[in-house]
Design a protein around this ligand. Structure first.
Ligand code: SF4
Length: 327
């Protein structure tokens, strides 16, 4: 069942030009559509600055879109700061990358998990203590860790505490913005597995934002690959990992070390372009190893292929792109 929906959502910022003065428009999110369903995870993947976090804030109504629509339970998202929006915020929680920054160093973990229960008047005050311990247990923490201060815990334990606090309000939607990128690789898998378990247990609709395409494989039911504010490929992880259709997705997957890989490794050349000066046509064309002349002139639409996957590439459905390139 769909809980949260983004339909053709756009967000543009005006930024000041540093040298010549005046302002320029930066299209951070350009026509993104996503559907968050109960018990399912959508992973939003791409390089830093591609618009993933802005999409997360738009999904939660923290920012207003310039175009398109965000709906929650089929109703338009209320304006941020209004009473209706604050009431809805209890049902939507955000988990950040930096667990230490998200916690108050002066308060114990137990107090911080109970805080949202008091703020949102959930249950009777006498019920808050046992409820906090249930949440600690749900995220795999010991009861005595309720008395710990954030600096007394490891990074993984702090992220578990953040998750316990986020779950305190019994949200329908959890937006996780790079929730494990500050953690050691060995701990990342534990937290991702925990998120997967929590999602099943609580029936959460989850948006998992990450720069690591491989990391989201065991968690996501759908993957959306983003480049310069646009979704360039979207579909089931199994199809995307086994047969990536967009050259950018291929390059992201190729960037993941894999000792068993055979054949040449398609490398991603250069840095992402300045979003304020997005290339004409396909935004990826200056870095694309198979670009044809049409790519710099015509923007490819995000279209469904034979397996239902959406791809924005002129050559996605061509059997031999190199042949197309010379023809
Ligand atoms: Fe490459 Fe052209 Fe496809 Fe863009 S449209 S990804 S430049 S082949």
């Amino acid at each position: 069942m769909t809980v949260l929906r983004l339909h053709e959502v756009r967000r543009t910022y005006s930024t000041r030009r540093s040298f010549f003065g005046g302002t320029e428009q930066v299209s951070a999110v350009d026509g993104v559509s996503l559907c968050l369903e109960r018990g399912r995870t959508v992973a939003l993947v791409g390089e830093s600055g591609c618009g993933k976090s802005t999409t997360g804030r738009l999904a939660l109504g923290i920012e207003l879109p310039d175009g398109g629509e965000v709906t929650f339970d089929g109703m338009p998202m209320p304006r941020p700061g209004t009473k209706a929006w604050r009431a809805l915020r209890r049902r939507m929680q955000l988990v950040f990358q930096d667990p230490l920054g998200a916690l108050d160093r002066r308060l114990t973990i137990g107090v911080q998990i109970k805080e949202p229960l008091a703020i949102h008047k959930i249950g009777k005050p006498a019920e808050h203590e046992p409820r906090m311990h249930k949440l600690l247990a749900a995220v795999g923490m010991r009861p005595d860790q309720a008395d710990s201060y954030p600096h007394e815990l490891s990074g993984g334990q702090r992220q578990r505490a953040i998750l316990a606090r986020a779950l305190a309000t019994e949200p329908d939607v959890l937006v996780c913005d790079e929730p494990v990128s500050a953690l050691d690789v060995s701990i990342q898998a534990q937290v991702v597995n925990l998120l997967s378990d929590l999602q099943k247990e609580f029936g959460l609709a989850m948006l998992f934002i990450s720069h690591d395409l491989k990391l989201v494989g065991c968690l996501a039911h759908e993957v959306a690959v983003m480049y310069l504010g646009l979704i360039v490929e979207q579909g089931e992880p199994a199809a995307i990992y086994s047969r990536p259709a967009h050259p950018y997705t291929k390059a992201l997957l190729a960037a993941v070390p894999d000792p068993g890989r055979r054949g040449p490794r398609p490398l991603l050349a250069g840095e992402p372009p300045n979003p304020a000066a997005r290339p004409t046509g396909c935004a990826f064309h200056p870095r694309c190893p198979i670009a044809v002349s049409k790519c710099s002139r015509v923007t490819p639409a995000l279209l469904p292929g034979a397996d239902g996957r959406l791809v924005a590439c002129h050559l996605a459905h061509v059997d031999n792109p190199l042949q197309e390139r010379v023809s």
